[in-house]
Design a protein around this ligand. Structure first.
Ligand code: CTP
Length: 410
C-alpha cells in the first residue's frame, strides 16, 4: 500500500475478503469491490445466502474474478472454510447486518463467511447497515461492544434515508469512505486496531460567535486536522465522536458527528461526549471571546452616528476545564496550539497552563496557510517528551497523535 490514490504494488497484492451479509445495502458493496479491485487488491467475495437474494453470485464473481460460495461444502479439498480467513490481509464485512454482528460476536460458524471470521488473524472491519431500531437495540449494541473489545473495527453507520420511507442512523456509509478506512487499516497491518474498544472525542473547526442575525466573529480554521484525527481514530478501531464547528465539510464515515456553532455549544457537546471517553483531542479553534451582547436585529449604520463599539467577554477555556476536572481517571487529553514565535517555549508554557497530557504545537505565520492539506508540528508531552512531526499530510500528524495517546490510555 503506497500511493496516494490507494493503489497497491502489483507484485504484493493484498488479499481482501469482502463479506457481504443480507441487507439491501448489498448493492453498494459492488462499488466497494470495484474500488478494491481497481486499486490492485485481490478480493475474494464471501456473501451469505441471504446476501445472494439481493445481489447474485454472477455479479460478485464477475467483478472479483474469483469463485463465489456461501457454504462450506464447495471445493472441500481446498478447505476454504479455513484457508480463506487464514490467508487474508483484511476482512471487511459490508453491509454487516444485526444478525451477522450477533453471529460474529458469539463465534457462530454456520456458513463460509462466519467460518472465515473465526479463522482470520488479520484486521477485521465491520460496516453495519440496518434500521435505526435494530442498531440501537441493546443486543446489537452489546454485540458491537464485544467485537470492538476484541479488536474489530466497527464503523458507525451513517445517518440518512433508510429502506422505505424511514430516515435515521443505520445507513451503510458511502463505499468510497469504507474503501478509505480499509486502505488505512491495511496500511497499518495487524497493529491497526489499537484503539478498538476505546471511545475518543475530537473537536474540529472554528467556533463562530454571533453579533447579530447576519454577523459573527470567527476564525479561519478549516477543520481538516480534526477530521484527519477522527478518520484515523475510526480506522484504528475507536468509537469516535466528532464535535464539529462550521467546517462545511461532509461528515466523515464511521464516526458520530455533533454539529455546533459557538464556543459555549462546543463546550456543552465536548463535556457530554467526554463523560465516557478514553481520550479527548481539542483540535478546534475555539474563540477566546464572544460579543457581550447579541443584537436581535441587524446592526445598521446611520449617517452622523459613530460606529458601534463591540464589547467582548471571555469564553470558557474548555481544554483547561476538562484537563483540570477529568471525567474519568486516566482520561488522556490533547490540546493544539498555534504559535508565531518562541514556539517551543510558548508551547511548554501553554501545556503547563492548560494541564493537558499532550500539546500539538504548530508554527503559524504568513507563509503557513490555514486550510492546507499538510502540517508540520512538535508534540510536547507533560512528562517532558518532544516528538517532532515532519512536514506531511494531516493524516500522518493524526496518526502520530494517536501513537502517543495509545500508551497513555488507562
Ligand atoms: N481552547 C479551548 N477553549 C478556549 C480556547 C482554546 O478549549 N476557549 C483549546 C483549543 O481547542 C486548543 C488549545 O485550547 O486545543 C489552544 O488554544 P489557544 O487559543 O492557543 O490557547 P490560548 O490560551 O488562547 O493561548 P493564547 O495565550 O495564545 O491566546
Amino acid at each position: 500500500m503506497d500511493s496516494v490514490d490507494g493503489s497497491v504494488d502489483a507484485v504484493v497484492r493484498p488479499k481482501v475478503v469482502l463479506g457481504v451479509s443480507g441487507g439491501i445495502a448489498a448493492y453498494k458493496a459492488c462499488e466497494l469491490l470495484r474500488r478494491l479491485t481497481e486499486s490492485g487488491h485481490e478480493v475474494r467475495v464471501v456473501p451469505t445466502a441471504s446476501a445472494l437474494r439481493f445481489v447474485g453470485a454472477p455479479t460478485w464473481s464477475a467483478l472479483s474474478g474469483q469463485p463465489v460460495n456461501t457454504d462450506v461444502w464447495s471445493d472441500v479439498h481446498e478447505v476454504p472454510h479455513v484457508r480463506i480467513g487464514q490467508h487474508a490481509d483484511l476482512v471487511v464485512v459490508a453491509p454487516a447486518t444485526a444478525d451477522m454482528l450477533a453471529k460474529a460476536a458469539h463465534g457462530l460458524a454456520d456458513d463460509l463467511l462466519t467460518n472465515t471470521l473465526l479463522t482470520a488473524r488479520c484486521p477485521v472491519v465491520f460496516a453495519p447497515a440496518m434500521h435505526t431500531e435494530m442498531w440501537e437495540h441493546p443486543a446489537t449494541q452489546e454485540n458491537v461492544a464485544t467485537l470492538r473489545r476484541r479488536g474489530a473495527v466497527v464503523i458507525e453507520p451513517a445517518v440518512g434515508r433508510l429502506t422505505g420511507v424511514d430516515t435515521g442512523k443505520g445507513r451503510l456509509p458511502d463505499p468510497g469512505e469504507i474503501f478509505e478506512i480499509c486502505r488505512r487499516v491495511l496500511a497499518r497491518g495487524v497493529e491497526a486496531p489499537d484503539l478498538a474498544g476505546r471511545h475518543v472525542v475530537v473537536s474540529a473547526g472554528g467556533t463562530r460567535e454571533p453579533l447579530d442575525p447576519v454577523r459573527y466573529l470567527g476564525n479561519r480554521s478549516s477543520g481538516k486536522q480534526g477530521y484527519a484525527l477522527a478518520r484515523t481514530a475510526a480506522a484504528r478501531g475507536a468509537r469516535v465522536t466528532l464535535v464539529e464547528a462550521n467546517t462545511g465539510m461532509p461528515d466523515p464515515a464511521g464516526v458520530d458527528v455533533v454539529h455546533v456553532g459557538t464556543a459555549v455549544q462546543l463546550r456543552e457537546a465536548v463535556l457530554k461526549a467526554a463523560a465516557d471517553a478514553d481520550a479527548v483531542v481539542m483540535a478546534a479553534a475555539v474563540a477566546d471571546f464572544r460579543p457581550a451582547a447579541y443584537a436581535e436585529g441587524k446592526i445598521k449604520k446611520k449617517d452622523g452616528v459613530e460606529a458601534p463599539v463591540v464589547t467582548l467577554v471571555r469564553n470558557p477555556d474548555i481544554l483547561a476545564e476538562i484537563s483540570a476536572d477529568r471525567a474519568r481517571p486516566g482520561q488522556v487529553i490533547v490540546g493544539f496550539a498555534a504559535e508565531t514565535d518562541d514556539v517551543l517555549a510558548n508551547g511548554r508554557d501553554k501545556l503547563r497552563r492548560k494541564g493537558c497530557d499532550l500539546l500539538v504545537v504548530n508554527e503559524v505565520g504568513e507563509h503557513r496557510t490555514f486550510g492546507a492539506e499538510v502540517n508540520e508540528a512538535v508534540v510536547l508531552s507533560a512528562d517532558g517528551g518532544e516528538t517532532p512531526v515532519p512536514h506531511g499530510p494531516k493524516e500522518a500528524l493524526a496518526d502520530t497523535v494517536w501513537d502517543l495517546v495509545v500508551p497513555r490510555l488507562a
